[in-house]
Design a protein around this ligand. Structure first.
Ligand SMILES: *Cc1c(COP(=O)(O)O)cnc(C)c1O
Length: 216
């Protein structure tokens, strides 16, 4: 694990992000022992996409910060309050309002839809400024933007990442969470401050359970 973490840090540094980029280990579908191994290797930030999984692992291991990175249902917010440090996938008014009610002052990223793939979530770019403003007015702390690249070769992600950085600059937002195992160099070159890395740290992900009993 230490070697894999070092390899990811090297890739980030090679793309010019050494001093600015936080590595978030995304442990979805890996067990709590994977979280523990990453933490032992010096990773402070751990991300999960499913509420149930995050809560189960948080009962077993305590990284410095948990990030919620997946599609988020408003009815799951309540159970995650007090555990999640950064809500990365806020993409609609209903979520902003629920977070403001349940977790006043919470740090959030607004997820931007750069792929046009509905399964990935995200707010249409044109609606991002209003959602950021709504979050600030509701008493949340909008810290930046997040994006999940479209399927395809890493280079195809570049225009979307560039647009996210331009939008974050325009809105005066510091954080840009973009880049995963396959495309983190492109993301860092385009201004990422946070890469979300799963398979490059943990290897191939176990298959999704057949019955969607995990919830979201
Ligand atoms: C799974 C996931 C990642 C990590 O993906 P890898 O390709 O395994 O690095 C990053 N971000 C989100 C939102 C994810 O769901």
């Amino acid at each position: 694990m230490a070697e894999r973490v070092a390899a990811v840090r090297e890739r980030v540094a090679g793309a010019g992000g050494e001093d600015r980029v936080t590595i978030v280990a995304v442990t979805k579908r890996f067990g709590p022992e994977s979280v523990a191994a990453a933490v032992a290797a010096g990773v402070d930030d751990v991300g999960e996409s499913y509420a149930q999984e995050l809560l189960a692992k948080a009962g077993a291991v305590a990284p410095s910060r948990w990030h919620f990175v997946g599609r988020l249902q408003a009815n799951k917010v309540r159970s995650l309050v007090g555990t999640v440090s950064l809500w990365q996938s806020v993409d609609r008014a209903r979520l902003v309002d629920e977070l403001a009610r349940r977790a006043p002052g919470a740090r959030v990223l607004v997820q931007v839809d750069v792929s046009g793939e509905p399964s990935k979530g995200g707010c249409p770019p044109a609606e991002v400024p209003a959602l950021v403003e709504r979050a600030a007015e509701a008493g949340l702390e909008p810290a930046g933007l997040m994006a999940v690249a479209p399927l395809g070769p890493p280079e195809d992600a570049r225009p979307g990442f560039r647009a996210v950085t331009a939008l974050a600059d325009r809105l005066g937002l510091q954080e840009r969470s973009m880049g995963m195992s396959a495309d983190l160099e492109v993301a860092v070159q385009e201004g990422s401050t946070m890469v979300r890395v799963g398979t490059a740290l943990f290897g191939p992900r176990p298959p999704r359970p057949r019955a969607p009993h995990m919830g979201n």
